[in-house]
Write a protein that binds this ligand. Structure first.
Ligand code: PHE
Length: 488
């Protein structure tokens, strides 16, 4: 209907100068007319020019008073000519109406409010506020002083009104042709197909977005690392036990029992079950000895090693706990050179911020073989990280209780054009390997890094909480590319 009115009017007239006025004259809702205009404009049947006007509109409170009267009048009318007790009056009107109405009525000198009793001071009042509000609602012009007063009472606000002026467009026709979009069974049966005009195909139109499942960003980067390890001939270690004993997480790695990382400030200990049931006793004995008094040319730490400390269950703080189990098993089964990797979750009792969570994912790699050297370690890194697009590496001496030498790894990031820290590494100490029963000449080179850090760099995420945890940004996961070919 609105469409016919617009097209019909433009057939006889040059323009519709104001869609607001036009809507009022035609008795149609302006919003509805706006939708029609947008569609006609889209098909270029009309040209539309924006027009804007500032106007006054009632607030919700204003709308309420426009229909049921101002609070001061409501209060006034609730007072009978003979007066009323304050308590009774309060029962007769809403609490919010009472509060505002009372002060206005007193200000207007309409009522006399005693401590207990209320009386009218005059016989009749006019609801000027209500009248003014209705005028504003009808878009009538009112005195600026009154506007000011209503504004101060927050009964009206200024609003920008948007409308259009309209002229014929290049494809103007007095009636819009309806094109068929589908050929139906009925069209064929009734023979309508002969006269139907079909809408042209728009091959450039975008389809509906496909709302399928999306892989989490971390999973995509994990897959990439996994492929690199597999291409380099690494086997994956089983990482399915998040709960580990202190023994495998720390003691087997020659980490002394008073080491600060073993404090509950850094590590989550389990309450139930608080201790592990079984440990390989003969190996435990050898680990105890190496901590207490050394051996194989080491002096040990020279302290009283406690079994209770080793028995304590915890959430593993690194996947190196998995490596220690694997190496022990390898020694037991008879040594053979191996390349192992894992990518899984670890837990640390850390203060959460933009770059730290209390749980994250660790990528761990190790190579064990006879007579390996630091040169092999560096060679493996060059190979591993160049497959990630990092061809320039730098190493900085570092310290881990279980490696000597230890190195922090830095890589030059071509995209960010700067050096970034990418991992920690080293050669496992004889104090760790020999009690396991590995042959003397076996060396193990190993490294670890977080999965989150490279993921944040690759996907430009600067707050780790958007990536992982209960505040994860699902939109980000959906918007991110499905896969990356090569890493820039
Ligand atoms: N476990 C170390 C960490 O959590 C990483 C690492 C693994 C270091 C293997 C050296 C050798 O940071």
């Amino acid at each position: 209907m609105a469409e016919e009115a617009v097209l019909g009017f433009l057939e006889k007239n040059e323009e519709i100068s104001d869609s607001g006025q036009f809507a009022a004259e035609q008795g149609v809702d302006h919003q509805e007319l706006t939708n029609v205009i947008k569609s006609l404009h889209g098909f270029r049947l009309v040209e539309a020019q924006d027009i804007k006007r500032e106007r006054w509109a009632l607030t919700n409170e204003g709308k309420m008073y426009a229909s049921s009267g101002s609070p001061e009048v409501q209060v006034f009318l609730a007072i009978p000519p003979e007066g009323i007790s304050l308590e009774e009056l309060q029962k007769k009107v809403d609490a919010s109406v009472f509060k505002i109405g009372r002060s206005q009525a007193i200000k207007n000198q309409w009522v006399e409010m005693g401590k207990q009793f209320v009386t009218r001071k005059i016989l009749h009042v006019e609801d000027k506020v209500k009248e003014l509000l209705i005028l504003v609602q009808d878009e009538k012009v009112i005195d600026p002083k009154d506007i000011d007063a209503l504004k101060r009472r927050k009964l009206i606000t200024s609003q920008t009104w948007k409308g259009y002026s309209l002229r014929k467009g290049p494809c103007y026709a007095p009636k819009r042709k309806k094109y068929a979009t589908d050929l139906t069974r009925e069209n064929l049966q009734r023979g309508e197909w002969k006269d139907l005009e079909f809408k042209e195909y728009n091959f450039l139109a975008k389809g509906q977005p496909v709302d399928g499942g999306c892989l989490h960003t971390l999973l995509k980067v994990r897959q990439q690392f996994k492929m690199i390890f597999l291409q380099m001939g690494f086997e994956e270690m089983p990482t399915n036990n998040f709960v580990e004993s202190s023994f495998w997480n720390f003691d087997a790695l020659f980490q002394p029992q008073q080491h600060p990382a073993r404090d509950s400030h850094d590590t989550f200990f389990l309450q139930v079950p608080s201790t592990t049931k079984t440990l390989p006793e003969d190996y435990v004995e050898r680990v105890k000895n190496i901590h207490e008094s050394g051996g194989h040319g080491s002096r040990g730490y020279g302290y009283d090693w406690k079994r209770e400390e080793a028995d304590k269950n915890l959430l593993r703080t690194h996947t190196t706990a998995v490596s220690s189990r694997m190496l022990y098993q390898l020694a037991k089964d008879g040594f053979a050179p191996k390349k192992y990797f894992s990518i899984d979750r670890v837990f640390r009792n850390e203060a959460v911020d933009r770059t730290h969570l209390a749980e994250f994912h660790q990528i761990e790699g190790l190579v064990c073989g006879r007579g390996l050297t630091l040169g092999d370690l560096i060679g493996v890194f060059n190979d591993f990280f160049s497959r990630l697009g990092m061809k320039k590496l730098k190493f900085k001496p570092a310290y881990n209780p279980y490696t000597e030498p230890s190195m922090e790894i830095f890589g030059y990031h071509e995209g960010l054009k700067k050096w970034v820290e990418i991992g920690n590494s080293g050669m496992f100490r004889p104090e760790m390997l020999l009690p396991m029963g590995l042959p003397e000449d076996v060396r193990v080179i190993a490294w670890g890094l977080s999965l989150e850090r490279p993921t944040m760099i690759l996907y430009g995420v600067d707050n780790i909480r958007d990536l992982f945890g209960h505040k994860v940004d699902l939109g980000l996961i959906k918007r991110n590319p499905l896969c990356r070919i090569g890493i820039e």
